[in-house]
Design a protein around this ligand. Sequence first.
Ligand SMILES: [Zn+2]
Length: 204
Amino acid sequence: MSESEWTKILGWPGYRVYRSEINEGAKTLRLWVRRKRGNRKLECSGCGRKSNEIAEVYEREVRDLPWSEYRTTVVIELYRVRCPDCGIKAEKVALLPSKAPFSKRFEEAVGQACESAPVRRVARQFGLAASTVRAIDLRYLERWARERRRPALRQMGVDEIYLGKKQKFLTVVTNLETGEPLWFGRERKKETLDEFFEKHLSAF
Ligand SMILES: [Zn+2]
């Protein structure tokens, strides 16, 4: 297979495959990638500033989605940039969202699997330790929460739900425009709402 065919199937935007290694016995595939010509806009991972000053070239190997039965890892050529504000820093690469040895889409596949299966089963499916799956899932959820745009809170409603004799009431704060519940508090006292205003309102 030619380099351009490897590159097409891998589908990492801005990167091309320049070397590949198949191990039929171990059922592993290893691909080496570097930036395509014309994809040289480097960004400091510390502050996001654009930078052209390369301080160092290095490699990282990350697990990516499997190709058929082959477990696949990608060795990616990366740069450290000289940033006027942060000093020497790794470049920011969207495909690598954390320092862990996984690509973004691999972490997404694991995170999505966790939505419908217990951690231990996901760990077996991907050949990972359960603790690794938990860490990936947490990062996946954090990214999801960060990317999710929250509608502005302009009108707030406060309601109460009667839970029965034992637990009595629950206070619910909702966004009146979207109908989305924002917060739940125990009981229906003044202190319940005070807690919302003091500790939680700023989050909205
Ligand atoms: Zn910087």
